[in-house]
Design a protein around this ligand. Structure first.
Ligand code: UDP
Ligand code: MG
Length: 143
């Protein structure tokens, strides 16, 4: 079992794609373990994307990610990281495979609708960035 972080970015919310994206997640057999809508502030968005601090697109990325509310969700499943990356497609929608979320709905390499963790390790780090152990370890009710 792996965990991976989904973020529906501000453009995804503006385009009213929350339901569409979550439908695709569930249809792919990934479990939604925890989920919340929130407004990122610049400091939090900057911390989340710290790995990109030196990139030319960093400041614009932080602007974009703080431009409106986002939905964050911890997804779980076997090979969840690679399965979810396959569902969202390449960073640049023009290079993303047909039928992927970014290919279908993204406007540009920046405004690309969704985030998905890129490794098993980052899946753990990023889900823990937004959710506590109690949220992530909640067991599904059997009744
Ligand atoms: N991004 C951008 N310009 C680029 C590359 C990335 O604006 O040339 C943005 C885009 O929103 C992307 C995010 O920065 O999703 C993080 O970049 P990364 O390379 O980690 O892509 P991802 O893992 O999201 O596919
Ligand atoms: Mg990335």
């Amino acid at each position: 079992m792996e965990k991976t972080l989904l973020i529906i970015k501000p453009d995804g919310i503006q385009k009213r794609l929350i339901g569409e994206i979550l439908r695709r997640v569930e249809a792919a057999g990934l479990a939604i373990k925890a989920m919340r809508m929130l407004q990122l502030d610049r400091r939090t968005a900057g911390r989340f994307y710290a790995v990109h601090k030196e990139k030319p697109f960093y400041h614009s990325l932080v602007e974009y990610m703080t431009s409106g509310p986002v939905v964050v969700a911890a997804l779980e499943g076997i090979n969840a990281v690679s399965r979810f990356r396959a569902l969202i497609g390449a960073t640049d929608p023009d290079k993303a495979e047909e039928g992927t979320i970014r290919r279908l709905f993204a406007d540009s390499i920046e405004r690309n609708v969704v985030h998905g963790s890129d490794s098993t390790e980052n899946g753990c780090i990023e889900t823990s960035f937004f959710f506590g152990t109690a949220d992530l370890e909640m067991v599904e009710s059997t009744e």
